[in-house]
Design a protein around this ligand. Structure first.
Ligand SMILES: [Zn+2]
Length: 113
């Protein structure tokens, strides 16, 4: 992941990376504080060192085959349709682990990537 951020930043002519935004789904199995801790370690001595890490958590969203309702789940313990109670509706959001934005600094002026 660090490598892909670094590659994109270099391609854009970045001098420094100031901020990285990640989107993680509620069901991705990623624990935010563990991710932050790991991020600090893997970015040490790289152009990402010191870049702010912004984490956006996406709630689990399910689509129910029985009643056709799309619902956002409050919790992830109970994977049933909140509208009709059918078990195991199809998950349409919640497993993400992706880089959604990188802010870089170039020689002329800051640029949002
Ligand atoms: Zn339903």
């Amino acid at each position: 992941m660090v490598e892909s951020v670094r590659a994109s930043a270099e391609a854009a002519g970045a001098r420094a990376i100031t901020r990285v935004t990640l989107r993680i789904g509620a069901l991705s199995g990623v624990v935010e504080h563990a991710l932050r801790f790991g991020y600090e370690i893997v970015t040490r001595d790289t152009p990402l060192a010191g870049a702010a890490l912004e984490i956006v958590t996406l709630p689990a969203v399910v689509a129910c085959a029985s009643c056709g309702t799309t619902s956002t789940l409050d919790g992830i313990q109970n994977l049933t349709c909140p509208a009709c109670g059918a078990p195991a509706p199809r998950l349409i959001q919640g497993k993400e682990l992706e880089i959604s934005g990188i802010e870089i600094e170039v020689d002329e002026q800051p640029l949002a990537a």
